[in-house]
Design a protein around this ligand. Sequence first.
Ligand SMILES: [Zn+2]
Length: 246
Amino acid sequence: MALKVILLGTGDAFGSGGRGHSAVAVVHRGRTILLDCGASLLPAAEQVDLDLSGLVAVGLTHAHGDHIAGWPFLRLYYQYLHPRSEPLTLVGPPGVDRILDQLAKLLYPELDTQGPGYEVVFHPASDGSVVAVEDAELRAVAVTHQRDHPAVGYRLSWGGRTVAFSGDATWSEALVELASEADLFICECNDFEGTNPVHLSYRQLEAHANRFTCRELLLTHCGPDVLARQDELAWPIAQDGQVIEL
Ligand SMILES: [Zn+2]
């Protein structure tokens, strides 16, 4: 087993179906890279006994609350519960580091966002940018989400496997690129029908199904209408706490 993928939060912004906010942990030899950091990160990690002291990097897809609001709690965790000394790599659209600092200080003024004891090293993510973290490679692919709100998906290659994650996105060719030959593609599917300028619908994914060359595809960030029509879907819906070994 080269990689363990733990789906910590598979819900939309509203927590539809009782699901947590966006977070995926990818674990290789006891080291973890997190894709998105939704508000329910800490309880979700506790539920599956994920030890966050092995966290080496966080890749954020965009700065909406259901994807980043777990950050202040993660800082709190490292300040009080499990002090760390190792640097933490942060990857995300330009400016997200400032938003995270402001958010952490607003929610917990006593947080020391310059530490204590460890450094957060920020790498801005844009289309095609690659960040090396230990022996992993995190490649960003720009996706289309909210207007004037930069968003990326990621291809994380580690231990000979590739996990791709769309984050939030409406339809674009970037999704075909993200899925290309990936061992697992975790793709948002907010709506069942129609074309939403901000999110994907199942009908859009279905129309392009034969262009996805990933080995496995899981739907995430599903809204109520998708959850209500699970029997009609060609791909499974990711579940909170689900573990996939690649
Ligand atoms: Zn969003």
